[in-house]
Design a protein around this ligand. Structure first.
Ligand code: C2O
Ligand code: CU
Ligand code: CU
Length: 406
């Protein structure tokens, strides 16, 4: 078990998202995304955050089962003021694709770039020829080519969708992949609001993982919906030398009208290599947490949340007591619901069981729809929260705090 030490300095910098085009960014160590933090299951991560921004900040470790005090929300720590510092320290119990981001004034701080990837590897990962971590984002540019002003009234309701799309902080980059190679792509949607119905040149790929690590078995697909906060791990390829494919988001209507297709980047296929990739037919067992007919312990109305304002408190839950929650969305928009600190399983979506059991921390609740989840509070008592991961909705108050009690 190793100790992974990281220094993160949050500061303003000139974020050049395309040659000759930049905005005044906020970045960890002056880059977007922030540095890749990599660890093995069981390692301890120690992060020293120094705040050189002109505003307070905190860091949240999205998806990592940290102790409550390390969760980065205002319920568990005072924000780190300009000039201040804070030490985050936690062990990483689960393998998967995670990310870290500011949990203070998120609508502005994430849009300006305060996020980065965190990868935890397990002992038994599938072997692919190459791995990439792709953080998908968009940026809303203002008339003066800086970031458009924050706090626009319309954004509270509709969210903030950008006009340019980025992979790893760069506008429509070109990625080079070797012919015949099978690659692992760890994808994170870090956008404030944009839903990404991901397509890679309309080719088939295998979904091998979600928020909380590997699926029981790979699932073939030609597209996958990744809403803000969510992750998917894909096995991508093989492609033939000379091919050129677009990494794009297909049209999607989240209740605000159908978005046109948008390009995030291009894939260029180079000279072939001999593939040594092995993706087994079974990746890992996942036991269902609750029976199909498990009794619902709580209903969470997203509409009530939306209009509840800040400082809403939900009932506490007890360590070791199975939670079965109905997430009910009576609104006319989809909302990606995110639970801090714990993974859940989806039991049903609009009454139907999901195609596969998986561990999630963020799930899209379709408009006028319903998602039933099950989760078990393990022994990490303290203050936790859930919220819509459309950051403007979260800021508007679409969130609640609750306690996990021993
Ligand atoms: Cu990534 Cu409170 O969220
Ligand atoms: Cu989170
Ligand atoms: Cu929402």
């Amino acid at each position: 078990m190793a100790l992974v030490s990281v220094e993160l300095e949050a500061r303003e910098f000139e974020w050049e998202f395309a040659p000759g085009r930049s905005i005044r960014g906020f970045g960890f160590n002056g880059e977007v995304p922030g540095p890749l933090i990599e660890a093995e299951v069981g390692d301890t991560i120690d992060v020293r955050l120094t705040n050189k921004l002109p505003q307070a900040t905190t860091i949240h470790w999205h998806g990592v089962r940290v102790p409550a005090e390390m969760d980065g929300t205002h319920a568990v720590q005072p924000p780190v003021e300009p000039g201040g510092a804070f030490e985050y320290r936690f062990t990483v119990p689960d393998a998967g694709t995670f990310w870290y981001h500011s949990h203070t004034n998120e609508t502005e701080q994430l849009e300006r770039g305060l996020y980065g990837p965190l990868i935890v590897r397990g002992p038994d990962e599938p072997k692919l020829d190459h791995e990439r971590v792709l953080l998908l984002d968009d940026l809303k540019l203002g008339a003066d080519a800086g970031a458009a002003a924050f706090g626009d009234e319309h954004e509270h309701h509709a969210g903030r969708e950008g006009d340019v799309c980025l992979i790893n902080g760069r506008l429509e980059p070109e990625l080079n992949v070797a012919g015949e190679a099978l690659e692992r792509w760890r994808i994170v949607n870090t956008a404030n609001t944009r839903f990404v119905r991901l397509s890679i040149g309309a080719r088939a790929f295998s979904i091998i993982g979600t928020d909380g690590g590997l699926l029981p078995e790979p699932m073939r697909a030609t597209e996958v919906l990744v809403t803000p906060g969510e992750r998917v791990d894909l096995a991508v390829g093989p492609f033939a030398e000379g091919e050129r494919l677009e990494i794009e988001a297909l049209p999607y209507d989240r209740g605000k009208g159908e978005t046109p297709p948008v390009v995030f980047g291009t894939l260029r296929v180079g000279a072939p290599v001999t593939s040594h990739a092995e993706v087994p037919g079974t990746l890992r067992p996942i036991e269902p947490l609750a029976a199909d007919n498990a009794e619902v312990t709580r209903a969470v109305s997203l509409k009530a949340l939306m209009h509840g304002g800040h400082d809403q408190r939900a009932d506490p839950v007890r360590v070791g007591e199975l939670q079965v929650w109905d997430l009910v969305n009576e609104t006319g928009q989809d909302h990606p619901f995110h639970l801090h600190g714990f993974f859940f399983q989806i039991i049903e979506e609009n009454g139907a069981p999901p195609p596969v059991v998986s561990w999630k921390d963020t799930v899209n609740v379709p408009r006028k729809g319903q998602v039933r989840i099950a989760w078990l509070p393990d022994n990490r008592p303290g203050e936790w929260m859930y919220h819509c991961h459309i950051l403007e909705h979260h800021a508007m108050g679409m969130m609640a705090h609750f306690a996990v009690v021993a």
